[in-house]
Design a protein around this ligand. Structure first.
Ligand code: NAD
Ligand code: DAU
Length: 332
C-alpha cells in the first residue's frame, strides 16, 4: 500500500478510514472530496500533512478525477450522497454523484490500470421481514427500495460490468449501518443523542420496530483494509458485526444512558417505503479473509459515541438547527 486515493474522505466513514490508514499503514493518502454539507474539514485537521492531503473536487468531474487517479496505486471510493430521507426529498444529486460519479471513477481506473475498492451498502438487497431468520449474503438478489439505495445498487452493477467487460481490478464491500464519531446529525443515532443533550425528545419513525444491524465505523475501516490487503479481485464481501437492534431499543438505551425515562420520546411521521429490517451474514469475510470486529458490545460502543458527541458540540452545533428545521418541515 503506497499512494491511496480516498474519495469522500472528509465524510463520516471516509474520514474515520483515513485515520485508520494513517495509524495502521505507511500509506500516503489523498482525499478527493466535494466538501458538501456532509463533509467535516475538522475530521482531517489533526492528521500529518506529510501523509494526508485534501483535494477539493467532484468525483463526477473527469478532468479532476483522471489525472489524480493516474497518480495513485489504489482508489477507495466512499464518496456518495448517503442519506435516505434526502433522497426522498430530492433524488437528483444521488443519481449524479452515486451513478455518474462511480462511472467517472471506473473510466479513470480503467484508463490508468489502477486498483479500485468500491464501498457500498447492505440496502441494495432491500429488506427482510422482522421474523425472518434469514440474513443477507453475497448471493442475495438486489431489490433496492429508495432512490439512495437504487443509486448505490446501480453503482455496484457498474463496477461488476467494468470488471467483467474491461478487466478492471476491483472489489466491492456492502456494509450495514455504521455508528461512531463524525456522523452527521441528520442520521438516526447522532440525531437522538444531540436531541437529548439539548433537553429535547428523540424522534422515532413509525412504531420504531424497524431493525438495523449496527457496526462501529472503526470495524468498517478494518474490514475495508482487510479487503484491500487480502480480497480477491472481482469479489464482493459483506461487512457486518451481528449488531441487530430495533430503533425503539436504541432510543431507550440512549435515554437510559442520560437518566431519562425510557418513554420520553415522540413517534413522528414514518419514512416513505421504510425498509423493515437489515441483517448481514459476514461469514465470507470472516472465514476467507480472517476479519473480526473489535466492537462486539453495542451498548459500550454507543456510550463511547455519546461521550464523543458531548465533547464535540463545537463541531455538530452549527448543523443541528438547520437539520431539525428540515425535518420539522416534513413532520419528522
Ligand atoms: P457521508 O454523507 O457522511 O459522507 C460522504 C462524503 O462524500 C462527504 O464528505 C461528501 O462531501 C462527499 N461527496 C459527496 N458528493 C461528492 C462528490 N460528487 N464528489 C466528491 N465527494 C463527494 O457518508 P458516509 O455515511 O460516510 O458514507 C460513505 C460511503 O459509505 C457511502 O458510499 C455510503 O453509501 C457507504 N455506506 C454508508 C453506511 C452508513 O451507515 N453510513 C453503511 C454502508 C455503506
Ligand atoms: O444500512 C446501511 C445504510 O445505513 C447506509 O447505506 C446509509 O448511508 C445510512 O444512512 C444508513 O441508512 P438508514 O436509512 O438505515 O439510516 P438512518 O440513520 O437514516 O436511519 C436508521 C433507522 O432509524 C431507520 O430505520 C430510520 C430510523 N430513524 C431515522 C431518523 C433520522 C428514526 O426512527 N428517526 C430519525 O430521526
Amino acid at each position: 500500500m503506497d499512494r491511496i486515493l480516498v474519495t469522500g474522505g472528509a465524510g463520516f466513514i471516509g474520514s474515520n478510514f483515513v485515520h485508520h490508514l494513517v495509524v495502521r499503514t505507511d500509506a500516503r493518502v489523498t482525499v478527493l472530496d466535494k466538501m458538501t454539507y456532509a463533509a467535516s474539514p475538522a475530521a482531517l485537521e489533526e492528521l500529518p500533512a506529510d501523509r494526508v492531503r485534501l483535494v477539493v473536487g467532484d468525483v463526477a468531474d473527469a478532468a479532476v478525477v483522471e489525472p489524480l487517479v493516474a497518480d495513485h496505486d489504489i482508489v477507495v471510493h466512499f464518496a456518495a450522497e448517503s442519506h435516505n430521507d434526502n433522497s426522498l426529498n430530492d433524488p437528483a444529486p444521488f443519481v449524479q454523484t452515486n451513478l455518474v460519479g462511480t462511472f467517472t471513477i471506473l473510466e479513470a481506473v480503467r484508463k490508468a490500470g489502477v486498483r479500485l475498492h468500491h464501498v457500498s451498502t447492505d440496502e441494495v438487497y432491500g429488506d427482510l421481514e422482522l421474523d425472518d431468520p434469514a440474513r443477507f449474503t453475497e448471493a442475495t438478489p438486489y431489490q433496492p427500495s429508495s432512490p439512495y439505495s437504487a443509486s448505490k445498487a446501480g453503482s455496484d452493477h457498474l463496477v461488476r460490468a467494468w470488471v467483467r467487460s474491461f478487466g478492471v481490478q476491483a472489489t466491492i464491500s456492502n456494509c450495514s449501518n455504521n455508528y461512531g464519531p463524525w456522523q452527521h446529525v441528520e442520521k438516526f443515532i447522532p440525531r437522538q443523542i444531540t436531541n437529548v443533550i439539548d433537553g429535547g425528545r428523540p424522534k422515532l419513525y413509525g412504531a420504531g420496530l424497524n431493525v438495523r444491524d449496527w457496526i462501529h465505523t472503526e470495524d468498517h475501516s478494518s474490514a475495508v483494509r482487510t479487503v484491500l490487503e487480502r480480497g480477491r479481485i472481482g469479489e464482493t464481501y459483506l461487512i457486518g458485526a451481528d449488531g441487530e437492534r430495533n430503533n425503539l431499543d436504541v432510543v431507550r438505551m440512549i435515554l437510559r444512558h442520560f437518566g431519562r425515562p425510557e418513554d420520553d420520546f415522540d413517534h413522528v411521521t414514518d419514512r416513505a417505503g421504510h425498509d423493515l429490517r437489515y441483517a448481514i451474514d459476514s461469514t465470507k469475510l470472516r472465514t476467507e479473509l480472517g476479519w473480526q470486529p473489535m466492537y462486539d458490545d453495542f451498548e459500550a460502543g454507543l456510550a463511547a459515541t455519546i461521550a464523543w458527541y458531548q465533547q464535540h458540540e463545537d463541531w455538530w452545533r452549527p448543523a443541528k438547527e438547520q437539520t431539525e428545521a428540515k425535518y420539522a418541515a416534513v413532520g419528522k
